[in-house]
Design a protein around this ligand. Structure first.
Ligand SMILES: Nc1ncnc2c1ncn2[C@@H]1O[C@H](COP(=O)(O)OP(=O)(O)O)[C@@H](O)[C@H]1O
Ligand SMILES: N[C@@H](CCC(=O)OP(=O)(O)O)C(=O)O
Length: 376
């Protein structure tokens, strides 16, 4: 599958389900306070799609930006605890404005606060997917943000760009639209003289190295262009076309006009939850595997059995993410492990039949099931 720009834009315009991500900088005034006019303009553009029968999921940042002013801070706080407090105040303010803005079009909104690390667990993943699906069936416009108050620093995504790509993959969206404060991707940060606008990226994974990307200049955003390109790549390998542009271009971008930068999908639709394991997991330990197990894991379809594990490192609980390494220390895969780290030493090298006989039925399972394993 190789999409050209026209096909990519057309696919965005024809999308039945679209995930739209808006950054803090597109919802705030230079002072950092929430800019209600900007928020209303965005709601107007999304309402058009909704009223034409499209399903829109909005991933909105802005909780921290909306909360720090009312708490009396002059600029965005830099320590995590104050950011979390600001998010807790700001999230309610943000949703109140969205409710008002969408109510003008008779559209009801629903809030989902997601912790990416938790949502890759099968049950939470299914629940989040089912809730968003049901909201869409009920004609509600779901608004997603990271659960800033809960996510600790280590597991926090911090930016919503990659979260929006994971959500697009989860809801099997037909398009992802990333709205920010620059009109397009440039060959270098736009403040640099001579940087050129890029209208179309046929293969984002292949071009990432050729672009100079910088962090956020806005003072309120977090990820800058790095995480936006990462999000575009995640969408692209999930078979989802993406467009990145500035928030005032939301309407034209959603209609397939040639604004911003379009990113072609490079694959067929991929599996869903495994993308979360790949991008949202923070491995807590390592399982070192022998050559036979390494070959099986590399083959892509096998579960990791205790028989092939030679060593376990780290302190983790069943359900945590771990690295699967070969004996030379190369990372082969990431996976959600089925056992606590203390349970695994007694299992090492044993076949499933031996595990059943010696340790009992509850140990006669793969250490990492193939559904929970993703190659790196
Ligand atoms: N190559 C590039 N092309 C476009 N913008 C870039 C590039 N490198 C860095 N940037 C910066 O990324 C910023 C957008 O990221 P960010 O401030 O995190 O926005 P948001 O709050 O929308 O997530 C832009 O303001 C721009 O200055
Ligand atoms: N969850 C945070 C998002 C952090 C953030 O600023 O993200 P972004 O503006 O998308 O780079 C918030 O709502 O403030």
């Amino acid at each position: 599958m190789q999409h050209n720009e026209e096909e990519t834009r057309r696919a965005v315009a024809a999308a039945r389900t679209v995930v739209v991500k808006v950054g803090s900088s597109s919802l705030t005034q230079p002072s950092g306070h929430l800019d209600v006019d900007k928020l209303e303009a965005l709601a107007g553009a999304l309402a058009q799609v909704h009223m034409l029968g499209g399903h829109v999921v909005l991933v909105s940042s802005g909780a921290i930006a909306a909360g720090f002013g009312p708490l009396g801070f002059e600029s965005r706080p830099t320590d995590v605890a104050t950011q979390q407090a600001a998010a807790s105040v700001g999230q309610g303010l943000l949703m109140a404005q969205y409710e008002l803005a969408f109510a003008r079009y008779g559209i009801r909104v629903g809030q989902l606060l997601i912790t990416a690390e938790d949502t890759m667990q099968p049950r939470q993943y299914r629940n989040a997917r089912r809730t968003i699906g049901r909201l869409l069936e009920l004609g509600v416009l779901p608004i997603v943000n990271e659960n800033d108050a809960l996510a600790s620093n280590e597991i926090r995504f911090g930016d919503n760009d990659r979260l929006s790509a994971l959500i697009a993959n989860m809801v099997r969206a037909d398009a992802l639209v990333l709205l920010t404060d620059v009109d397009a991707l440039y060959t270098a940060p736009p403040s640099k003289p001579g940087s050129q606008r890029i209208g179309f990226v046929p293969d984002v994974a292949a071009m990432i190295d050729g672009i100079q990307v910088g962090g956020s200049d806005s003072g309120v955003g977090t990820g800058g262009m790095v995480t936006k390109l990462e999000a575009a790549r995640m969408a692209s390998v999930s078979g989802i076309p993406a467009v990145m542009t500035c928030a005032p271009n939301a309407g034209p971008a959603l209609m397939g006009d040639a604004v911003g930068t379009a990113f072609a999908p490079v694959r067929q639709r991929g599996s869903a939850r495994r993308l979360w394991i790949k991008f949202a997991s923070h491995p807590q330990g390592v399982l070192v595997v022998d050559a036979g197990a390494a070959a099986a894991v590399r083959g892509g379809r096998a579960s990791l059995l205790a028989a092939g594990v030679v060593e376990v490192r780290g302190d983790f609980a069943a359900g945590d993410a771990v690295w699967i390494d070969d004996e030379d220390g190369n990372h082969l895969a990431r996976g959600l492990v089925g056992f606590d780290s203390e349970e695994i030493p007694d299992m090492l090298g044993r076949t499933t039949a031996q595990l059943r006989r010696i340790l009992g039925e509850e140990y006669a399972h793969p250490v990492v099931h193939r559904d929970n394993l993703v190659l790196v």
